[in-house]
Structures are given as structure tokens and as C-alpha cells.
Ligand binder design. Structure first.
Ligand code: FPP
Length: 246
């Protein structure tokens, strides 16, 4: 019956101005998803990488500007070597496949984090995706890799210290300090989503999330799909963002 059908108009955030420009996601729950199926944790990460692909395409099609995902934190090196290697291989595979398609699809890719300890192969792939991204316009997917919010702030503080040494301590405002972050030039996320039932930020975008809206869901990341993103966007569209005002 038409009365109960889910028409496009139900997506108020699509018709109005409430579609966030920048959504960030903590891709959590891959391990539990795999365990539930009697599979190795790495199978959960493979499924999670596919979900990322699907959600990035959906965000682009909806007309968002940025999607940022947390793929590997500065703390994730503590995981078993086999799991770390599997995640790095998935990232290599993803970047390699993307290089061929980025131009065609108009998707820019940026890695946010400390790339220094990464393999030479990954570093070379990042360099290539950076180059292609600088030549195209459009939707940008940011992948946080060896990323930690505190690590990022410490690195920014070191840049600040250099400015202090040059006598500029009082000149540095929030805008300039923001430019010391990996996310230089990227607007702060409007909405941060964490699936899998965990209700914490886990060192993700500490500086950038000052006024972000949060959305938590019990769905595990590999099961997250377009309909789940719709639910998050729907919740976001009902929030009133006041940025400390009234
Ligand atoms: C957290 O789930 C997930 C990670 C630490 C890895 C995320 C990596 C990917 C999805 C693959 C590579 C990404 C791209 C963009 C190609 P968890 O393992 O902590 O899950 P659990 O809490 O259920 O154990």
C-alpha cells in the first residue's frame, strides 16, 4: 500500500539540507562477525573491506563530499602478526585496484596517519594514489592508517613548538593548529558512526570531532549496508547542531 511504502521522500536528509558533508566511521566488529561464522578473524576484515567499498560508493552517490574510515590504529600493531599482515595486504589490494578506477569513478583517496613504518610497497601505492587524487575532483575517501588521535595531536604540538621558537606563539589559532593535522584541508566530520555496539571513540579524530554528532549501532561492520547508513543519516537529520550556542 502506498501509504506504507518507503518512498524516496522518506529520506528527508536527501531532499533537505541535512545530508552531512563528511561522515566518519569506525569499522568495528569484523572479528566478532567472523567468529560467529566459525571463520578466522582475517575473513572478517576481508568482508569489512567489501563493506567499505559499498559504503564509499553509496556516500558518493548520495552527494557527500568526504567519507573517513578507521582502518588501522597506532595501537593495532599489538594484534597477532598474521592479522596485521592480513589487514596490510587488504589495504595493498584495495589501493592497487583503486588506482585503475579512481579516475573513471571520480573518487579521490587519501591516507591519514603516520605512513613511515609502512612497507615500501604500501608507501609506493600511497604515493601513486596521492598523485592521481591531486589530478581529479570530487568525492574523497580518507583511510586512517597507522592513525592515532593523540599521536596526531603530539605531532601537531611539535609543529606548534617550532612556531613558538620563531616567536609566533600568540599568532596560532584553531585554524592554523588544524592545519598541522593529517586532515589539513578536510572539514571536520559532521557525523561519526560506530557499529558493533561499542560506545567509545578509541583515539579516532580527537581534535576533529569537537562538534561531531555520534551514531552508535549494534550491527557489526561487515553487516553494515546502505539501509543502515540511511538510518544513521535519518538520526543525524533530526539532531539540532548548536556548536555551543542556543
Ligand atoms: C576493527 O574490528 C577493525 C579493524 C581493526 C580493521 C579494519 C580493516 C579493514 C576493514 C580492512 C581494510 C580496509 C580497507 C579500507 C580496504 P575488530 O577486528 O576489532 O573487530 P572485533 O571487535 O569484533 O574483534
Amino acid at each position: 500500500m502506498a501509504l506504507f511504502s518507503k518512498s524516496k521522500n522518506d529520506k528527508a536528509w536527501q531532499a533537505g539540507n541535512s545530508l552531512p558533508k563528511h561522515v566518519a566511521i569506525i569499522m568495528d566488529g569484523n572479528g566478532r562477525w567472523a567468529k560467529k561464522r566459525g571463520l578466522p578473524r582475517t575473513a572478517g576484515h576481508s568482508a569489512g573491506a567489501e563493506t567499505f567499498r559499498k559504503i564509499a560508493t553509496y556516500c558518493k552517490d548520495l552527494g557527500m563530499d568526504y567519507l573517513t574510515v578507521y582502518a588501522f590504529s597506532t595501537e593495532n600493531w599489538k594484534r597477532p602478526q598474521e592479522e596485521v599482515d592480513a589487514i596490510m595486504q587488504l589495504l595493498e589490494k584495495y589501493l592497487l585496484e583503486s588506482i585503475e578506477k579512481m579516475e573513471r569513478d571520480g573518487i579521490r583517496l587519501k591516507i591519514l596517519g603516520d605512513t613511515e613504518p609502512l612497507s615500501d610497497k604500501l608507501k609506493a601505492l600511497i604515493e601513486r594514489t596521492d598523485k592521481i587524487s591531486s589530478e581529479i575532483n570530487g568525492f574523497q575517501a580518507n583511510i586512517c592508517l597507522n592513525y592515532g588521535g593523540r599521536d596526531e595531536i603530539i605531532k601537531a604540538a611539535r609543529k606548534y613548538a617550532q612556531q613558538v621558537a620563531e616567536g609566533r606563539a600568540n599568532d596560532i589559532d584553531e585554524k592554523e593548529f588544524s592545519s598541522y593535522m593529517y586532515s589539513d584541508g578536510i572539514p571536520d566530520p559532521d557525523l561519526i558512526i560506530r557499529p558493533s555496539g561499542e560506545i567509545r571513540t578509541s583515539n579516532f579524530l580527537l581534535w576533529q570531532s569537537a562538534y561531531s554528532e555520534y551514531y552508535f549501532t549494534d550491527v557489526l561492520w561487515p553487516d553494515f549496508d546502505e539501509a543502515e547508513l540511511d538510518k544513521a543519516l535519518d538520526a543525524y537529520s533530526k539532531r539540532s547542531r548548536r556548536y555551543g550556542g542556543v
